[in-house]
Design a protein around this ligand. Structure first.
Ligand SMILES: Cc1cc2nc3c(=O)[nH]c(=O)nc-3n(C[C@H](O)[C@H](O)[C@H](O)COP(=O)(O)O)c2cc1C
Length: 363
C-alpha cells in the first residue's frame, strides 16, 4: 500500500509510546505449560452476549479501510460471515451499513462515534439496525481528535490533496492505484448520507464539526436505551469507569487504548486488564484490543481476564497483502496459532485459561 495509507494504518499518536507499550507489555506475559494431558481436543468456539462464534476474536472497527486497500470492508465483512467471527463496522468506514447488509451475514456489530446531535445518533443507529447489525459498540475514548504527526508528515489530508509526492507514491503501487481507480477514491459513505454536500471537503468538515465532543454518562444512557439491544462501551481503561459501567447495566465493556492512537499518556491496554477483570469478576464480559498480533497474544489476553479479543491493523495487513484471500488467511493464521498454543499449554477449553499460571517478565 502507498506510504500515506501505511502511515495512517500504523501510526500511534505523539511519540508512539502507548503504541510501543501495547506490544512490549504483551510480550512480557508468559504462561506455564502443563504436561501429561493425554490426547487433547482444543476448541475455539465461544459464546458472547447470547451468540456463538467460531473463535474468541473479531474485526475491530476501522476508519476508512478502503484507503489501505480498495473495498477492504467488503473483504472483511464477507470473511467474518463465512468464518463466523464478529465484524464491527465503524461510523467512519468507507462503506455504509446498507452497503454491507448482504455481506456480514449475522456477524455484524456497529460502532458508533456519537454525534453532538441526538437526532443524528438515532438516524445512524436506525440505519445500522435496518441493515442487520445487532450489537452496538459505543466508542468513548475520543473527546477530541488526537495528534497524529506521522499522518500529517505523510501528507494525509481530508480531502486528499494530490501532490507530486502522492502521485509518485500511487505510481509505485500500481495494484492499489488500479483498484482505487476502479472502485473510486475512498469516501465516508455513512457520513455522506447525512452531510449536506457530498464533496469530501464538506464531509470532512461535517466529521470535525458534528461528531463527538459532548458525550457524557447521561447521553450514553440515552444511546443505550434507544438502541435497545446489546451495547458495549469501547475505550475503557480506568477500573472506576469499568465499575460504574457495570453498575449502570451495560452489557459488556471493551478495554482498549484505541491501539495507542488516542493518548500517548495511556498505559498499555494489557497492563490494566487484570485489575479490571478482578473487579468485574465475570459480572459482564470483557472485550479487549490493542497490540494483538498472534494467536498467542489472544491466549495472553484471555489469560489476563478478557472474554473476547479484537484486532485492528492485522486484518488490513492481510487484505493489503493478498486482497480478499488475505482476510481469510489472517483468520486461519490466528486460529492455527491459537490451537497450537492450547496444545502447548495443555488445555482444550479456553475458559480454563484464566486459571493458568502467569509469569510477568519485567526485564
Ligand atoms: C486505521 C485504524 C482506524 C481505526 N478507526 C477506528 C474507528 O473508526 N472507530 C473505533 O472505535 N476504533 C478505531 N480504531 C481502533 C481499533 O478499533 C482498535 O481499537 C485498534 O486498532 C486495536 O489495536 P491494534 O490495531 O493494535 O489491533 C482504528 C484503528 C486503526 C488502526
Amino acid at each position: 500500500m502507498p506510504f500515506v495509507a501505511k502511515e495512517y494504518l500504523e501510526t500511534g499518536t505523539d511519540n508512539d509510546v502507548a503504541l510501543g507499550s501495547n506490544r512490549n507489555d504483551l510480550d512480557k506475559i508468559k504462561l506455564l505449560p502443563q504436561i501429561l494431558k493425554g490426547s487433547l481436543n482444543p476448541s475455539l468456539k465461544t459464546q458472547l452476549l447470547g451468540r456463538s462464534y467460531s473463535a474468541p476474536f473479531g474485526v475491530a472497527p476501522l476508519g476508512i479501510p478502503s484507503l489501505m486497500w480498495p473495498r477492504a470492508e467488503h473483504a472483511l465483512a464477507s470473511m467474518a460471515a463465512e468464518m463466523q467471527i464478529p465484524f464491527c463496522l465503524s461510523t467512519v468506514a468507507s462503506e455504509s451499513p446498507s452497503g454491507l447488509q448482504h455481506a456480514h451475514g449475522d456477524m455484524g456489530w456497529y460502532q458508533l462515534y456519537v454525534p453532538k446531535e441526538k437526532e443524528l445518533s438515532f438516524k445512524l443507529m436506525d440505519n445500522a439496525k435496518k441493515a442487520g447489525f445487532h450489537t452496538l459498540v459505543v466508542t468513548v475514548d475520543i473527546p477530541i481528535p488526537s495528534r497524529r504527526q506521522r499522518t500529517k508528515r505523510a501528507g494525509l489530508t481530508t480531502p486528499l490533496t494530490i501532490t507530486p509526492k502522492l502521485l509518485l507514491d500511487a505510481l509505485c503501487h500500481p495494484t492499489w492505484t488500479m483498484g482505487t481507480i476502479r472502485h473510486g477514491v475512498p469516501r465516508l459513505k455513512t457520513i455522506e448520507e447525512h452531510a449536506e454536500f457530498k464533496s469530501l471537503m464538506s464531509v470532512g468538515k461535517f466529521v470535525r464539526s458534528k461528531l463527538g465532543g459532548n458525550l457524557d454518562w447521561t447521553y450514553l444512557d440515552t444511546i443505550r436505551r434507544y438502541w435497545d439491544g446489546p451495547t458495549i462501551v469501547k475505550g475503557v481503561m480506568d477500573v472506576r469507569d469499568a465499575d460504574r459501567l457495570v453498575k449502570e447495566g451495560y452489557d459488556a465493556i471493551w478495554v482498549s487504548n484505541h491501539g495507542g492512537r488516542q493518548s500517548d499518556l495511556s498505559p498499555s491496554s494489557i497492563s490494566v486488564l487484570p485489575q479490571i477483570a478482578r473487579l468485574i469478576d465475570k459480572q459482564v464480559p470483557i472485550v479487549f484490543d490493542s497490540g494483538i498480533r498472534s494467536g498467542n497474544d489472544i491466549l495472553r489476553a484471555l489469560a489476563c481476564g478478557a472474554d473476547f479479543v479484537f484486532l485492528g491493523r492485522p486484518w488490513l495487513y492481510g487484505v493489503a497483502a493478498l486482497g480478499k484471500l488475505g482476510a481469510y488467511h489472517t483468520c486461519h493464521i490466528l486460529k492455527e496459532e491459537m490451537m497450537n498454543g492450547m496444545y502447548q499449554l495443555g488445555i482444550d477449553n479456553l475458559t480454563t485459561l484464566s486459571q493458568k499460571t502467569m509469569i510477568y517478565d519485567n526485564e
